[in-house]
Design a protein. Sequence first.
Length: 151
Amino acid sequence: MFFKRMHSSLEVDIVEYIKAYLLEFPDIEIMIGCDSQNYADKTIYATVVALYKKGKGAHLLYKKWKTPREYTRSTRLLTEVWNAIETAELMRQHQLPKPIWIDIDLNPDQRYKSNEVFRQAVGMVEGMGYKVRYKTMDPMITYAADYLIKV
């Protein structure tokens, strides 16, 4: 699966890149997040993998793509979550370290529309064996994904 480096847009094989990165920085933590946005007749998704060095910041890799517009909000939001899980599962298949977090762009507060799938999404992530962060817990990786879908 190919991702791009955040600042150079160089396309890399995510598995091989992380393996090489781990040789140089064995103490990194991996975090994954995804976000989406509807624009006109398209839905834009962005998945971000952060290679986080404590106290030093994160090296970001991303994959961004467009699909025909997803009109059903719950389907679009759950697709975001599934894309993040799928990326984590790809890493697991290649014996890479387990992500410490999967960040989801959903709100536990019932006043917000994303709450309609919140419990289902948390269950998906935790059911696959990952820890989840969501709005109110500072899910920083979804902020990066949000930025990418807007540029």
